[in-house]
Design a protein around this ligand. Structure first.
Ligand code: NI
Length: 167
């Protein structure tokens, strides 16, 4: 396994729309394993392939305390959304920034697992938020885009400055 490099906002590649995965093969499983290792090491609760510059519809999530409930979602689709929840979100591609975002509180979704089997599931609270956040990444959307233009501009200049200093 290997740790992957995570793209940092405002990298334009984060706005790429990811392509569906036609076949769930060994290469996809290896990428999913590397993404999980990268997510746990960061540490984070979710990572989309977009964030490691692979523009295919694959995400890994683990919102459990014990970090033992890895969820690998291939070609995830949110079928239903209801309710509303406001929660402070962060993102491995936007380090050090935490802002409130309004999401659906409850979702129903469909995806394929790491052997290509299609399944449906319901989620609420933190898991529902996380699935919505990661599916947004696959659509080229970063959570800061839900914030005001002014806040987005401030976040962008702060991160550009940080990245310049650590180069
Ligand atoms: Ni993120």
């Amino acid at each position: 396994m290997a740790l992957l490099k995570i793209l940092q906002y405002p990298d334009k590649r984060l706005h790429t729309v990811a392509k569906p995965i036609a076949t769930v093969d060994e290469e996809i499983r290896r990428l999913a394993a590397d993404m999980a290792e990268t997510m746990y090491a960061a540490p984070g609760v979710g990572l989309a392939a977009t964030q490691v510059d692979r523009h295919i519809r694959l995400i890994v999530i683990d919102v459990s305390e014990e970090k033992n409930r890895l969820l690998t979602l291939i070609n995830p689709v949110i079928l239903e959304r209801d309710g509303e929840i406001v929660h402070e979100e962060g993102c491995l591609s936007v380090p050090g920034i935490y802002e409130n975002v309004t999401r659906a509180e409850h979702i129903k979704a469909r995806a394929q697992d790491s052997v290509g089997q299609t399944f449906e599931f319901e989620a609420e609270g933190l898991l529902a938020i996380c699935v919505q956040h990661e599916v947004d990444h696959l659509d080229g959307k970063v959570f800061v885009e839900y914030l005001s233009r002014l806040k987005q501009d401030r976040i962008r200049s702060k991160l550009v400055k940080q990245q310049r200093e650590t180069m």
